[in-house]
Structures are given as C-alpha cells and as structure tokens.
Design a protein around this ligand. Sequence first.
Ligand code: DMJ
Length: 715
Amino acid sequence: MNVRDPFGLHRKSALSIFRTTASRAAIDLTERAVEASVNAIEKSKQVADNFDMSFAVPKNVPSFGNPQRIVEDRVWGNSAVTSRGGRGPSQPAKNSGMFGEVQGRVGNLFDNREGLPMYKDKPYAYPASQRVRPIWRRKRTLLTALVLLSLLYYFGVFSQRRDTAVSPKPVWGWLHSSPESSKTADWLKRRERVVEAFTLSWDAYERYAWGYDVFHPISKKGEQMTPKGMGWIIVDALDTMILMNLTSRVAHAREWISASLTYDQDQDVSTFETTIRMLGGLLSAHYLSSQFPEMAPLAEDDPGAAGEDLYLEKAKDLADRLVTAFDSPSGVPYASVNIGKYEALPAHDEGGASSTAETTTLQLEFKYIAKLTGEKYFWDKAEKVMEVVDNNGVQDGLVPIYIHATDGTFRGHNIRLGSRGDSYYEYLIKQYLQTNKQESVYLEMWNESLRGVRKHLVTYTEPSGFTIIGERPNGLQGSLSPKMDHLVCFMPGTIALSVTGGLTEAEAKKRSTWTKQNEADMQLARELMQTCWATYKWMATGLAAEITYFNIANPPLAESAPHRRPTDNLDGDAQAEWRKDITVHAMDAHNLQRPETVESLFYMWRITGDIKYREWGWEMFKSFMNYTAVQDGGGFSSLSDANVVPPVMRDNMESFWLAETLKYMYLLFSPNDLLPLDKIVINTEAHPFPRFDMGQLFSTGWKRKPRDAEGKIIK
Ligand code: DMJ
C-alpha cells in the first residue's frame, strides 16, 4: 500500500468505483477503497514507527572528539556550503515544474559551491517522526485524490479500463512523424520523450513489482535477490528521477528506502555490483538532493530537516558492511560479502580470484564516502588496491582480467577492455578527476594504459576500416581476437574526457597544454565512437548485440598503419559495403539495454559539440521505443535476439536501463550546463558525484615503483 498516493496502487479499485453505478460491484469496490484508506492510515503509523527507527543514531557514528574530525571541521566550517542556509527566497517554490526552469539554473549553482557538506557535522538529535505527516492530513489527501480521480474520469481522461483490458504495445505518433533536421529539432521536446519512457518503465515497476530487485515486464512479476530485497531498482533509479524532477516518484522511492530498506540480511552480495549501484546510487542521491534542492524538492531533504541525511546514513551503513571485502591478505577485495554478517567471501569459480575490474571499480565510491564522513579507512582500503595492482608491473599498463585477493597477483593472461577488464581503465582517469587532478599517479597509469591499448589492442577492419579495440585472450604475446563487447563502448567517451578533463574540445585547444597526442586521442575517440554506432546500425532492430566480431587482416594492421576510413553515412541497404566488416553470432545477438554507447555519445556531444552524436542518440532512442516496449503498460524489456524483427523479448528490465541508459539519453538532450562535465565525475553506473579537493585529511598514500619504458618494474 502506497501512503504517498493510495491511488497509485489501488487505481483499479478507484476506477471501477466511478464506472459502475448501483451495483454490487460498486459496493464491493467502495468497501475496498475504504479498506484501502484504513490500511493507508495503519501503514502511515507503521511508517512513522519506522522513521523513528531509521533516525536512531547510526552504527559507527564518527567520534566527535576525534582529531580527524577536528581537522575536517575546520576545513568544512570555512566552506561556503556548510554555512549555506535553507532554501533562499530566490529559489523556486516546491514542485516548480518543468525542467528548463529548474535545470536552467543548475549550471550557475556550481559556481558557488566550493566544497562538500559534511555528514558528520550534523547533530544526530533529530526530533522523532518529523517526516511523517499527521494522520488527519493523510485522510484529507486521500479524499482529495478520490474527488480528483472522479473528475478525471468524467472528463474522459481514462479511455480504457486499465484493470481488465490488455493494451497493445504503446505506439507513439511522434515515432513515425517526418524527420526533423538537426537544426530545427526541439531537443527539449526529445528529452521529454525520454522522461515519458522513463515514467512508463518506472510506473510499470511500481505497479507490478514494487520493492523487488528484479522486474520481469512481460510476465509482470518481481523477484528478490536477497530475503528482504536490496532496493536494486529503486536505489539505482533514484538519481535519474531527481534529475528528471519526478518529485512524487522520488518521494515514494525515498519513503521505501526509509521504511523498508535494511541491510541486516544474511545474504552474499557482489562487492562490485552492490558498490557501484547501491552505494553509488545512495551517494549520488545524497549529492543531488543536498546540493540541488530545486531538483525534485522534498521537505525531508532540506538542510536541517529530520530526514536530510537519510541517503547518507544508508550509504554509511552499507559501506561499513561492504568494506569488509577488503579484509584479505593482500588488500585486494574478495568478490562477495555477506552483508548481514559483515563477512567477505572469495568467488566460487576462477580459483576464488576476483575480477580485476571489480576490485578496481570501488574507489570513486569509497573515496567519496570517506570525504563525506571523514572516515579515512574507506579511503585507505580503496586506495591500497591500486598500489597492489600496480606493483604487479604489467606490460604497457594492460592488466589480466582476474586477480587473487590472497596475494594480489594476476590469474591467467586474458586481457580485454570488455567484461571484467573495462572499468579498471575507466576508474584510473576518473580517480584523477575526482580529486581535482591532485593525484597524478592515476593520470600516469591511464596514459600508460591508453598507449598500451593503441599498441596491442587497436586495429582496423576490412574492407571499410573501422577502428576497433580487440582482445588478447592469451596475453600480449598471443594473437589479437577481433571481438568487442558492447561494454568496450565506454571508451570513446572516456578517452575524450581524459583529453579535455571535461572542458569542451574548443576550450581545451586554446590552452597552452594542448598537444599533438591530445589531437590523436580525440581522433581515436571519434573513430571508436563511429564503430560503436556501426554495431547498432548493423542490427535489424538498430540495437547493438552484446558482442560483435569484426573482419580484420591477418596479421592485424598496427594502429599506426595507413588504413581506409569508413564513410560517415552508415545507412543503405543490406549489401552496403561497410556491413561486410561486421559479424554477430546468434548466441551474442541479445541486447541488454546497455548504456555504454549512449554514455559515450553523451561525452562526445558535450566535448566536441558535434550534433551528429545527439542525432545518433535520438535514433538509438527511437529503436528502443520501437522494439523494446512491451504490452499492457509493462514498460521496456531487454531482448534475447535484437537481430530479427520483431525481436525476441527477454522479459527482463535491467536496473541500468533506468540508472544509466535513460539517464544518458536525458543528459544528451539536455542543455550542457546540467551537470557540467568539468565539475563532476560520473561513476560506472552513471551516478554523478562532485569533484573535491583532498584537503588535509587525505593524500595519495603510495608511490609507483620505478619502471622501464614498457611499464615493467625495474628490480
Ligand atoms: C553497469 O552495471 C555498469 O556500467 C558496469 O560498469 C558495466 N555493466 C553495466 C552496464 O552495462
């Protein structure tokens, strides 16, 4: 039962009441509605109780007499942010509505925010239950909503009986209207289409699987991953809703987090997935709601309000459980954690080794929570992993995809930028950016790796000359496999980000620091972006496969070799020459609604300003609308085969569809001052965090060992 909006979950009852006159059904349904109101009142009492619980003093509250805290207090006490009052008169009123008005101001807000608010500065003596309204107000809300609903009915807003009718897949008139040119396209209108897609998906989840971790949009069922659920979808999607200003949905999600989310569950969870999605989602919700109160404004989030630190309290609780993963002999985290028992567990396969990317894609999250809480152990443990990995002295910065938590050495020789390798590279450059470019060690490692990628993994396809990043399954001395996971498509955007640091290319070029290498790296980013786009265009649905193979020369062309370049226009018939370069195996033809290509399109648009990246994103979005929508208001599903029309549906909605894919679409069509790229860093699950200075408490606690030109350690 939904306290916020009783009609959200009891819509069927409410509709039927107003359709049927003087019938037994009407009486039954009226009774159900009354029962619903009573339940709502009961529930609100329970929620009130739970709110009390959730604002008990959190575990491991920092000691206020601790010297770390004194240093940080001084730093934060001086910051403009901590001294910021409540919402000022110039700020918009609650629910001020459409996006432009709210978000048009967001860019300017960055200018005045010099630091991060400090969680541990907050008093914990919150008054009890302030986030729950008195019951009489709940009743009034309920009655008002009933009256409104009846009016809507009589005005014909509900044209179908949603309780019984099986509605076909949604058909959007705009999908088939004549194409607009890039110049005349209304990008804000396109962005609204993205919001519509998001709300369709979210509302389906809310209706059919609320509180479940997994959503099957065709069978309209939910499933839990842990006994009481982890909020997998709710927490992952939360910051997208904040950005989209979907206030009532944010309120519902927040209420669930407050009342129902608990980590006291005897259950193993993935260290990596839980960190990037749940910890990342909570931290980013904390960031957006505390720094941008105009977005989806809720009184509970306001500075000084009882619920202000809800997301951060949950994040701290979760981080305390997850951090046990790092308690290995080497400091490299184990693959799983039993969150209820605070106990780490090695992987079940690969001799217990962890995935390299998984152990090195926790750092942004743990460093940010260290900064917010002043708890240095989060920082130290996350940072230690980087030292252990680097002390292996791999050739040319390219790491095998498994690593032993026991002794910190790599297992096997498989090198790739797809699964298990990808975000190791992503977090090198992002760690450098997160701390305002103060930790040059990560830039050095990123540059070494990018040189290694060019030298060992980049080649060109035949006959058209697409640039690809292949794999070395048997190490750098083995052959190059011309296989690219969709996951690799984070690279074009990340390369561009590394070149400009988040500035536009035009701005970066004006700086005296601009080099020929920067030029070459931007060119590589552009070429890879086109390749990723080609993997979409090649498919019958216009949606890329999970894995794509390419036709390459034997031996493969070196990155520096002269080569053809594909045409920019990838339209055309089935016989078009560029199609010969690509193969998709039947077993790889699924599309999991993954974000990496639109993520890169977003970075490429922001950095280069080339409108074609926005257009490609729009085309991709239309393909998702055309081919992944499901019947009866179920939202959207991933596909088991994206290379046939109609596609074979998979009956699963990935949480990153809401957290990442639609968020990047939304940002791609938004004005560029919404989350300026040179002020934030976005985690691998698309959760934005602020950049910050390390301050007096934090520093880089390790140095690279001396190494030769290939990156091997000099003994
Ligand atoms: C997401 O969970 C993250 O982007 C991760 O880094 C890779 N895989 C998925 C999306 O494809």
